[in-house]
Write a protein that binds this ligand. Structure first.
Ligand code: DHE
Length: 545
């Protein structure tokens, strides 16, 4: 069966690589194409196609589109496929009106030429992009503001290329900071002082929460496209290092945790775990910091490998490679922070890494495209501690036992599957102090579903879910208004949702009282443009979810 509509919409997200940044090889072997047409088609390819087929067209979620294949198919075949799509999950770019006949024709010819190669991005480029806005000795020696920093939220303002820092106590905006474009995640250093953001365009910004008005102190561009950033958390290494992973070039870089000075770049190109073939573009997906050893745990998407990157000696770097499954995406810790559970979304598996023993603990089969975010941890009344994921491809909410000591029979097994509102779910969330499990569905095709969330009572899971019409509560008027990513406050008694509207429409953040499940507050402000991810400082530092 093919990939579903929500999955395709999600994975064909645009690339930030610009055609003028690429080297082109129009070499006469393919059909006629002008330089302008080639540039326009590259732009379309990076925006619409690279997410699934890869920058180098080696294939990932989508089929490979190398010239040996495309020239064989020919222009007419490719045009029809682009226009009408396929049951295997290729969207119908033409009949849906998203691309014109002329654009489809250009794209079909473009695909029969060698792919334009985006540039590499090494130490020279990184150092040139690196800006230390405030050197360490010019920064506050102690906290210079009265904010309860642990309850501040870093909120991605996707389309404006900014992050809003919001005071969780007063719900007021502290500052809006220019960052990279479409910041994917924010992570906070072990001390809680520094917030690191990663833009889709590979730009990392570092924010100092101790400043009178918290603001940027350093910036670096680590590649042309990226999604992940993290900081060292092991005892003795708090705030010492930061790491960022890139989609292009396929690599990660370890940096100074106080300045973002780049120290060590490591490529992820290599062999896949399944067929053991070379892959030129294995993108870096989720990264977490180990609590058990001085190392980062790095997911490499297309090769299906999980890297344990020991940061003690960067000159003689020690990287342990764990074979998991393709394509590794997002994931998070179990409640004890010993086991890292992560989705392999082409294989429909959850991989479990034992971060203490530094090895693969289990590979668990689940249904159609698990998408946990960092997942949710609760104590199931029947099965004990579990970690939970929802899915893009169906309405299933899957519970996996995580306690091999006291519940060995349930460990690393799917112990319970609940049915939620539908497919197109991205994130689940709970909190140790909460009795609720929240499940969003922002990519569900039905607006009623994408604009609301489901909530389950942890003590009565069989009773099914209650629906909260979050977008309606925000009362914003027109727009697509997807409700995305639950996030708890410090006390664990409020849960925040983004109501993610169009760029020119009104968006908001809706705060729900977790006990009563009633509306507590709506944060509305014209500056809140397209909010998506929200990261509470304390919960992010302490990996509470
Ligand atoms: Fe994400 C997490 C990649 C689309 C919002 N997203 C992640 C992570 C990765 C990733 C690798 C894990 C990072 C980590 O933990 O270190 N996301 C991708 C894609 O490749 C994809 C499918 C397509 C794309 O072109 O980017 C994609 N993601 C989206 C969206 O469309 C979302 C909803 C809105 C947006 O901003 O683009 C989105 N992704 C998020 C959020 C998280 C995330 C909010 C962090 C969730 C958390 O609670 O940890």
């Amino acid at each position: 069966p093919g990939a579903s509509v929500p999955e395709m919409t999600y994975q064909s997200g645009s690339s930030t690589i610009k055609p003028e940044e690429t080297k082109t090889f129009v070499n006469g072997t393919g059909p006629k194409i002008t330089t302008d047409e080639f540039a326009h088609a590259s732009q379309i390819y990076f925006e619409r196609c690279a997410g699934c087929h890869g920058v180098l067209r080696k294939g990932a979620t989508g089929k490979p589109l190398t010239t040996d294949i495309t020239r064989n198919r020919g222009t007419d075949y490719l045009k029809a496929l682009i226009a009408y799509g396929s049951p295997a999950g290729m969207p119908n770019w033409g009949s849906s009106g998203q691309l014109s006949d002329q654009e489809i024709d250009q794209l079909a010819r473009f695909l029969q030429h060698e792919p334009p190669q985006p540039p590499e991005w090494g130490m020279k480029e990184m150092r040139e992009s690196w800006q230390l806005h405030v050197p360490v000795d010019k920064r506050p020696k102690k906290k210079e503001n009265d904010y309860n920093i642990k309850n501040v939220f870093a909120v991605t303002l996707r389309d404006s290329g900014e992050v809003a820092l919001i005071d969780g106590d007063t719900k007021k905006i502290i500052n809006i900071i220019k960052t990279g474009y479409a910041v994917h995640i924010s992570r906070i250093s072990a001390s809680g002082r520094y917030c690191f953001t990663i833009g889709r365009d590979g730009r990392v910004d570092m924010i100092d929460m101790w400043m009178k008005k918290p603001d940027k102190v350093a910036t670096i561009k680590v590649g042309l496209e990226a999604r992940s950033v993290e900081t060292s958390k092991y005892k003795g290494f708090e705030d010492k290092y930061a790491i960022a992973g890139s989609y292009w070039p396929p690599q990660y870089v370890v940096m100074d945790g106080n300045t973002l000075e780049p120290f060590k770049i490591v490529s992820t190109r290599g062999m896949t775990v399944s067929t053991q073939e070379y892959h030129p573009e294995p993108r870096v997906a989720a990264i977490v910091a180990s609590h058990e050893h001085p190392e980062f745990i790095v997911n490499v998407k297309e090769t299906g490998k999980i890297l344990l990157v020991d940061y003690r000696d960067l000159k003689n770097i020690n990287v342990k490679t764990i074979d998991a499954a393709e394509f590794l995406h997002d994931g998070g810790w179990d409640a004890t922070h010993r086991y890292f559970l992560t989705a392999a979304n082409k294989s429909d598996k959850i991989a479990v890494v034992d971060s203490k023993e530094r090895e693969l603990e289990a590979l668990i089969d689940v249904d159609s495209i698990p998408h946990p975010g960092r997942g949710a941890n609760i104590t199931d009344p029947k099965f004990g501690p579990v970690w939970i994921t929802s899915a893009l491809g169906n309405d299933k909410i899957t519970f996996i036992g995580t306690d091999p000591d006291k519940h060995p029979k349930n460990a690393w097994k799917v112990v319970r599957v609940l049915n939620g509102q539908g497919g197109g779910s991205l994130f689940v969330k709970s909190h140790p102090k909460s009795k609720n499990l929240w499940v969003d569905t922002p990519l569900h095709p039905d607006a009623k579903v994408s604009q609301s969330v489901a909530v389950f009572d942890v003590n009565n899971l069989e009773a099914g879910f209650t629906v909260l019409p979050i977008a309606e509560m925000a009362d914003l008027g027109e727009g697509p208004k997807r409700v995305v990513q639950p996030e708890y406050n410090l006390a664990g008694d409020e849960v925040w949702f983004s109501v993610w509207n169009g760029q020119d429409q009104k968006s908001a953040i809706v705060v729900i009282d977790d006990k009563t499940r009633k509306l507590k507050h709506v944060i509305k402000d014209p500056r809140l443009i397209t909010p998506t991810g929200k990261f509470n400082v304390h919960n992010t530092v302490a990996d509470i979810y």
